[in-house]
Design a protein around this ligand. Structure first.
Ligand SMILES: Cc1ncc(COP(=O)(O)O)c(C=O)c1O
Length: 384
C-alpha cells in the first residue's frame, strides 16, 4: 500500500510511540495525584505542553490539551460565543466541518454569521474582511490556516492585525498547517492543533488560548487544564503529542522542502501524461507543500479513489470525514465549481514517509487507472 492520505491522518512515529510507552505501563499515575507517580505524570504533561508551545511560538501556560482538532475548534468557537453573548461571527465557506458546524449552530441560536468570500483557489481577501469588520461590530473571526482538501494557506499575518485593531478575536484552525509550514500565534487569539496530523496519536489535540481571552468551558466537572478542559488528562497521548510537536519543529524546513519536491513531481507526472486534468487550489506559493488536489475530467473522484485503492494507492476525495458521503465537496463548491465538478477532486497528501520511488509508482498507477476508466466510459457511451 502506498499511503498518500496524510491529511486524513499520519502514521504514529516510532519516536513518539517510544516516548508514550512508559505512560502506558509503569508511569500510569494520574497527573493530579499528590504522590511521586502523579508527579511524574504531571512533569511529563508539562514538558509536552512546552514542546507544543514552542512549535507555535506560544507560552506553555497558553496551551490547553483537548481530545483533538474537533474539540479544539468547538471549544474556541462555542467557548468564546458563550462569553460574549449574541453577536457577529465571521468565517469562511471552506472550513472543516468542526468549524462550520459550531458556527452554524450559533447561527441557529441567534448569532449573526457572515461568510467571507474566497477566490478561485480558496484564498480570502483581507480587504473584504476589513470592509465587513468596519460594517459593524463582530466578536470572532474563525479562519483555517491551511485548507485540508486543497491546501490553500490563508494570509493569517494580514488577518490578525486587522482584527486586533478592532478588538475582534481571531480563531485559527491550524490543524493542517502545523508541522507542514511555520505556524505562529502572532496573529491569533485562539489556535487549534491535532496530534495525529503530525505523527502523533489520535484523540489528542490542543487549543492555544492567548492570555486574557475569556473562554467558557464546554464541559464541567474538574479543574484540569485550568478548568477549560476538565477530565483526567490523557497522559500518554499528551506525551505523544509533545514529542510529535518537538520533532515537527526540528524537521519543519527539511520536511516542507522534501515534500514540495515530491508533490511537484507528482503533479508534473500527472499533468504531462494525462489530458484534461485540473489542479484545484493554488499552485505553488500559498499551498501546503504536501498537498495536491486534482480533477480528472469525466471521472468521479470517489470512483477514482476506489480504483486506486484496488491498485494499492490510498488517496481521498474531499475530506476523510465527508468521503463516502457521495456529496460534492463544499470546498470546491465555494471555489465556484458546479455540483458535478465539485465531486471530481482527488486529494493526494504526502508525508514524512513518502519517497520518490513511491511517487513514481503513484504517477504510473494513476495514468493507467485514468486511461482505463476513460476508455471504459467511452465504450459505455458508444453503447448508449
Ligand atoms: C482542518 C482540520 N480541522 C480540524 C480537523 C479535526 O481534527 P481531529 O481529527 O483531531 O478531530 C481536521 C481533521 O481532518 C482538519 O483537517
Amino acid at each position: 500500500m502506498i499511503y498518500c492520505d496524510h491529511n486524513a491522518t499520519t502514521p504514529l512515529r516510532q519516536e513518539v510511540l517510544e516516548a508514550m510507552g512508559p505512560f502506558l505501563h509503569d508511569d500510569f499515575g494520574n497527573a493530579s495525584s499528590a504522590h511521586a507517580l502523579g508527579a511524574r505524570a504531571r512533569q511529563a504533561v508539562e514538558q509536552a505542553r512546552a514542546h507544543v508551545a514552542r512549535l507555535i511560538g506560544a507560552q506553555p501556560s497558553e496551551v490547553v490539551f483537548t481530545s483533538g482538532g474537533t474539540e479544539s475548534n468547538n471549544l474556541a468557537i462555542l467557548g468564546v460565543a458563550a462569553e460574549v453573548g449574541r453577536s457577529t461571527i465571521l468565517s469562511t465557506p471552506i472550513e472543516h466541518a468542526s468549524v462550520r458546524e459550531p458556527v452554524q449552530a450559533l447561527r441557529e441560536h441567534g448569532y449573526t454569521v457572515q461568510m467571507l468570500g474566497v477566490d478561485p483557489v480558496g484564498r480570502v481577501d483581507p480587504s473584504e474582511l476589513e470592509t465587513l469588520l468596519d460594517g459593524g461590530p463582530a466578536a470572532l473571526v474563525s479562519v483555517g490556516w491551511a485548507n485540508n482538501e486543497i491546501g490553500t494557506i490563508q494570509p493569517i499575518d494580514a488577518i490578525g492585525p486587522l482584527c486586533r485593531a478592532r478588538q475582534v478575536l481571531v480563531h485559527v484552525d491550524a490543524v493542517q498547517a502545523a508541522g507542514k509550514v511555520p505556524v505562529h500565534v502572532r496573529g491569533a487569539d485562539l489556535l487549534s492543533l491535532s496530534a495525529h496530523k503530525l505523527g502523533g496519536p489520535k484523540g489528542v489535540g490542543a487549543l492555544y488560548v492567548r492570555r486574557g481571552v475569556a473562554l467558557r468551558p464546554l464541559m464541567l466537572g474538574g479543574g484540569q487544564e485550568r478548568g477549560w478542559r476538565p477530565g483526567t488528562e490523557n497522559v500518554a497521548g499528551i506525551v505523544g503529542m509533545g514529542e510529535a510537536c518537538r520533532l515537527a519543529a526540528a524537521e519543519l524546513t527539511a520536511f516542507a522542502a522534501a515534500s514540495r519536491v515530491l508533490r511537484d513531481g507528482l503533479w508534473f507526472g500527472i499533468e504531462d501524461a494525462i489530458p484534461d486534468v485540473r489542479r484545484n487550489g493554488p499552485g505553488e506559493m500559498d499551498c501546503l507543500p504536501n498537498t495536491l488536489n486534482v480533477s480528472f475530467e469525466g471521472i468521479r473522484g470517489e470512483a477514482l479513489v476506489a480504483a486506486l485503492d484496488l491498485e494499492g494507492v490510498a488517496v481521498s476525495s474531499g475530506s476523510a470525514c465527508a468521503a463516502g458521503a457521495g456529496e460534492p465537496s463544499h470546498v470546491l463548491l465555494a471555489l465556484g465549481r458546479g455540483r458535478m465538478a465539485a465531486r471530481d477532486g482527488v486529494r493526494f497528501s504526502l508525508g514524512r514517509t513518502s519517497t520518490a520511488h513511491e511517487i513514481e509508482q503513484v504517477v504510473h498507477t494513476t495514468i493507467a487507472v485514468v486511461q482505463r476508466m476513460r476508455a471504459a466510459k467511452g465504450r459505455d457511451l458508444r453503447h448508449e
